[in-house]
Design a protein. Structure first.
Length: 68
């Protein structure tokens, strides 16, 4: 087995198909799950604070994307 591919549809209807190019290991299977969970937690925290304006949240997301 050379690669592993998952298909998922989000509640919005948007598809997600992450692919893992190397043979999977336990550690490599946990890494995307942990990163996904962390990002969802961060997004939820940003939305729940209610202190930020939508433009500020979007600008912060651009900064995070540029740093990545």
């Amino acid at each position: 087995m050379n690669s592993l591919q998952f298909s998922q549809t989000f509640p919005s209807g948007a598809p997600a198909v992450p692919t893992q190019p190397q043979p999977p290991t336990r550690a490599s299977m946990r890494a995307p799950d942990q990163a996904h969970s962390q990002r969802l937690h961060e997004s939820q925290r940003e939305l729940c604070t209610g202190e930020s304006e939508p433009g500020d949240i979007e600008y912060a997301s651009w900064l995070q994307a540029l740093r990545a």
